[in-house]
Design a protein around this ligand. Structure first.
Ligand code: UFG
Length: 327
């Protein structure tokens, strides 16, 4: 089936995509600088260490593997950090993507699947966010992803680069076979933090804000299973291979859950209490981010089959108990 260059293949979502690609008969070639990824997560194809901004290294990898397509996951992705250090985000996410697109075009590799985010929509509280909503990011992370989307369109028009853009909502869960999972250092995401609190790896979970305009006062997010997301990427690749052209899709379920509902689901799955403390709102957090997800269902035939809170938390918990990656 051929090689697919997977930038960020050592990261949380990229590594799961590699597993799905391999199972579908492709050879995923991971390109990752391991600044947030894990060598142990690269299990399904060759590994090439390098930075997105290293054009010579990228040219070498394109020449060695002649990939038929690129899946571009590599990015910094913490909203809070992007507000404190925006330069890091513009450099890694935008300048890095520019270098990758130029290398891809030079190598004649013109199909690319790009990881974008619902953070490109910004704060449009109480709106179901579909692909026609205006993109008004409120943090540097979202802005760097939106700018990359713009760049993809320009490269499409000028150089024939065909792209599928996926705007993820909140990704959770792990490989059901527990070979792969979510592990960030430091961890900032809700589900692994809840599980850490249950396992006693941290004293308590802090709920960031209980005075939001939602039924229980906590923020609402649309959680999607990482394996469903990986499956969508395979469909995105096939979409491009079938010559269906450039397109953007949201990846979410269309259902929102509050922080308290996630905690309750984790308690139901594990049978343990989550020790909780209440803190102030976290800067940059939107009240409610829920996807209008009809386009991916209708056009890609994608169904987020595993994306119940129970299944995401059960899979994450299984991996959590099996152990973590080490440097
Ligand atoms: N939360 C807590 N306590 C914590 C951590 C999180 O209450 O210790 C809350 C947050 O306030 C938020 C919800 O749990 O309401 C989810 O927070 P995450 O940090 O897990 O996820 P975010 O919604 O902030 O971020 C995710 C992705 C980003 C993406 C963003 C779009 O991680 O990459 O969605 O909003 F940009």
């Amino acid at each position: 089936m051929g090689n697919v260059l997977v930038t960020g293949g050592a990261g949380y979502i990229g590594s799961h995509a590699c597993k799905v690609l391999k199972a579908a008969g492709y050879t995923p070639v991971t390109y990752d600088n391991l600044c947030t990824g894990w060598r142990e997560a690269v299990r399904f194809g060759p590994f090439e260490q390098g930075c997105l901004t290293d054009r010579a290294r990228l040219d070498q990898v394109f020449a060695a593997y002649r990939p038929r397509a690129v899946m571009h996951f590599a990015a910094l992705s913490q909203v809070g950090e992007s507000m404190r250090a925006p330069g890091l985000y513009w450099h890694n996410n935008l300048a890095g993507s520019l270098c990758l697109l130029e290398a891809a075009v030079a190598a004649g590799c013109l199909d690319l699947v790009f990881s974008s985010t619902c953070a490109t929509y910004g704060d449009q509280d109480n709106v179901l966010l579909d692909e026609t909503c205006a993109q008004r990011p409120v943090n540097a992370y979202g802005a760097s992803k939106r700018a990359t989307e713009d760049m993809l369109r320009d490269f499409g028009a000028a150089h024939g680069l065909r792209h599928v853009i996926f705007r993820y909502f909140n990704v959770a869960g792990a490989d059901p076979e527990a070979e792969l999972g979510e592990f960030h250092q430091p961890e900032t995401h809700l589900v692994p933090l809840v599980l850490d609190a249950i396992a006693g790896r941290r004293e308590a979970l802090t709920i960031f804000g209980t005075d939001y305009d939602t039924p229980d006062g906590t923020c609402i997010r649309d959680y999607v299973h990482v394996m469903d997301l990986a499956e969508a990427h395979l469909r995105g690749l096939r979409w491009l291979e079938a010559g269906r052209g450039s397109r953007g899709f949201n990846l979410g379920t269309g259902h929102g859950f509050s922080v308290r509902e996630v905690i309750a689901a984790a308690e139901a799955v594990t049978g343990a209490r989550v020790p909780v403390v209440f803190g102030p709102r976290r800067p940059g957090d939107c009240t409610r981010l829920v996807s209008g997800s009809a386009r991916a269902r209708e056009e890609l035939g994608w169904t987020p089959a595993r994306s119940t809170l129970r299944e995401m938390i059960a899979d994450a918990w299984r991996w959590h108990e099996a152990g973590h990656y080490t440097r």
